[in-house]
Write a protein that binds this ligand. Sequence first.
Ligand code: ACM
Ligand code: ZN
Length: 483
Amino acid sequence: MFLAACTNSATDITVSIVPQPESIEVKGGLKPCNTFVTSIDESLQPEAYTLVIKKGKATIKGGSDAGIFYGEQTLAQIRSQFGGQAPDIRISDAPEFAYRGMHLDCCRHFFSVDEVKEYIDIMALHKFNTFHWHLTEDQGWRAEIKKYPRLTEVGSVRKETLVGHLGSSNKFDGTPYGGYYTQDEMREVVAYAAERHITVIPEIEMPGHALGVLAAYPELGCTGGPYEVEGRWGVFPDILCAGNPKTLEFLKDVLDEICDIFPSEIIHIGGDEAPRDRWKACPKCQAKMKELGFTEEAQLQSYINSEIEKYLATKGRRILGWDEILEGGVTKTAMVMSWRGPEGGKAAAKMGNEVVMTPNSYFYFDYFQTGDPEANGEGIGIGGYLNLERVYSFNPYEDLDEESKPYIKGIQANLWTEYLESFDRVQERVMPRMAATAEIAWGQSRRTSYPEFVERVRKALLPIYEENGYKYADYAFRDPAVD
Ligand code: ACM
Ligand code: ZN
C-alpha cells in the first residue's frame, strides 16, 4: 500500500513527494541529512530507484544513472521541506510511462540557450525525460542547417509581429524579430539535457507551418511565391509542394543534419494544420497524385510521411507526428501525438500505433489557468481555460480496452508561445501545471485526491521553485481555492 503524504505517527512528520512514489515509509525523528551514496542496482528497471535514509545518511540505488538521478530529485524535495534534515525513510519508485514530455515552441517567440536550459532544469526537477523542441514555423525557422543557409539568414526573421490578440487586432509592431540556434548551441542543449536524463526530440514541421522555409526557398512552394516569414498567428495556406521532388530532397538533407545533432531515436515531423488547397490547384501535386493512383490530397501527406519514415529508418530513427498524420493513412510504425483531444490517440492505440497523449483539452499550457485571467494577472493569452485541477484529472487510459492500453507510451504538455514573449511568462504557464502532468506521467495510478496533491506540491515543490527563483503561478492554487 502507498501513503500519499506519508505521516509517521510517532513523530507526526509528514513527508510529501511529487510525483507520488510507489511506496514510502517514514520512521523516526528529523536528523541533519547532508550525505548520500549512490550505486546501480541491476535488479531495478533502468528508471527505478530506491532511497533509504537512516540517521541522516541517504543511500540511493538506481536501475541506471537515470534512476539514481530521480532518487536525487526526491532527496532534494525531502531536504528542502525539512531545512536540510530528514526522518528515517524508505522509498521505492519507478515511472509508469516511458515517455514523459514537455514541449516548448521557440518559433513564435525565441528563447535563449540559457532559457532553454532552465526549462530543462525545471523538467528534470519534475522527473520528465523528454523535451520536444519545436524549431520550425511560419513565424521563424530556428535551427541552423549548413546546406541551406537561407533558412536562418532569411527564414528566421519576420519583419514585424502582431500586437495584441489575433481575434481583435490588425496592428503590427514594425520591428523585425528573429533568432536561431547554431548547431553547436543545439548540441550544447542536447548534452545539457542528457546530463539530466532528458532526450531532446527536435520537431521539423512538414508539410505545413512552412513559411519560414518558403520565404527562404520559394521554389519549394506550389505557387513559387514570393513568400514572407509570417508576423501573424494561425494556419496559412502555403505549404511545401508535395509534387516537387526537391521537397523530399530538401527534407532529407535537413534531417541528415538534424540527426547528426540530435541522437534521439524519435524525430518529430509535425504534420498538423496543413491545408490542402494549394495541392488541389498545383499541377505538380496533381501529377504526383495521378502517378501514385491517389484519389485524395490527404494521401500526399501520407506519401511524404512514409518516404521520410523510410529514410529515417535507414538511420535507426522513427517518426512521431501530430494526429493529422492519421488522416491519409499511417504506417504501423509511426508514433502519433494526439493533440486535438484524446480521440486521435485512442484511435491510433486501437490500430496498434504508439501514442503520446497531449490533448489540448488538458495539456495546452498556453491556455489560461484561472477563470478570471485579468484579475489574476495572467497577461495576454490565446484563450482557453485549464486549471490545475482539470490538468490533474486527465486519465490517459479513458475508454481504452486492455489490449490498446500498452500503446499509450506517455503524456506531454505543450507550450505554444504566440502570446508568451518572456521566459517569466513561460515559467508561469508551466508551473505548477507541469507538476500535475508529471504526476500523471510518472504514476497516474498513484494519483491522490486533488487537495492532497496540492498540499504535496506546496510542501515538496514550492520551496524548490522559490529557492531557484522560478516564476510559478501562485494564482493557480486559487482556482478553485483549496484550503
Ligand atoms: C498544434 O497545436 N497545432 C499541434
Ligand atoms: Zn504542389
